[in-house]
Design a protein around this ligand. Structure first.
Ligand code: C5P
Length: 214
């Protein structure tokens, strides 16, 4: 499976559908977050699934255990490949979601990449999620190797905060696609560097080819 997940962080269903069509060759998993989900959740998930691609539903669930468990059951019915929960939901919540039968992959957010966190704090949260049966974590490029070392190579690390060149925006802990993959990321999540590029297909192709060469 290709390692770049494209974050469809846009409002417009038609634009999202168009991005899927344009980047189809280079992307296998599309991330649907609240921005698009609240506009056209079921329709865009159907478009992605019908085209043989996978959906990463990034709604970052964080609520009482019973509610989050039922949310995961609902997401399973939509046929998503993976979804996110917040690790700060705690042990009981994490165990409740990991116990859902035939569930999608669950990745936990350690600390948002727009916030500052020490690698120790991120690792502590990663280990907690692993002990609760969660499949992996979302973590910044700077923590990939520490998590792989501490949690083992089969514990997924999914990495946003990918930038092609030095740019100043809200992502505080960033790396290039090659650096993140070399450090051991199973998937990189890329949004604006592709969707805001003058030619999104070209940007997706460049990233895809750069990491396939490694
Ligand atoms: O546009 P950009 O490439 O920064 O997009 C990164 C994506 O990854 C966004 O959709 C953001 O919500 C998501 N994300 C993140 N940090 C996390 C979890 C998810 O930036 N810890």
């Amino acid at each position: 499976m290709k390692k770049t997940i494209l974050a469809l962080d846009i409002y417009d269903f038609k634009k999202a559908q168009n991005l899927v069509e344009k980047t189809f060759k280079y992307i296998d998993v599309y991330k649907v977050g609240p921005i698009l989900f609240l506009q056209s959740g079921k329709e865009i998930i159907k478009v992605i699934n019908d085209s043989g691609k996978k959906v990463f539903l990034d709604l970052k669930f964080h609520d009482i255990p019973a509610t989050v468990k039922r949310s995961v059951e609902s997401a399973r019915e939509l046929g998503v490949f993976s979804l996110t929960v917040h690790s700060i939901g705690g042990e009981e919540m994490l165990k409740a979601v990991s116990s859902v039968e035939n569930r999608p992959k669950i990745w936990a957010v350690t600390v948002l990449t727009s916030q500052i966190a020490t690698p120790e704090e991120v690792l502590r949260r990663a280990k907690l999620t692993k002990s609760c049966g969660i499949d992996g974590v979302i973590a910044s490029p700077l923590e990939i190797s520490v998590i792989k070392k501490g949690c083992g190579s089969d514990f997924d690390v999914v990495t946003p905060g990918i930038r092609l060149a030095k740019v100043e925006d809200d992502q505080k802990r960033v790396a290039t696609p090659e650096t993140a993959i070399n450090a051991g990321a199973d998937f990189i999540v890329v949004g604006r560097p592709i969707i805001e590029a003058p030619d999104p297909a070209e940007a997706a192709k460049d990233i895809c080819e750069a990491i396939e060469k490694l």
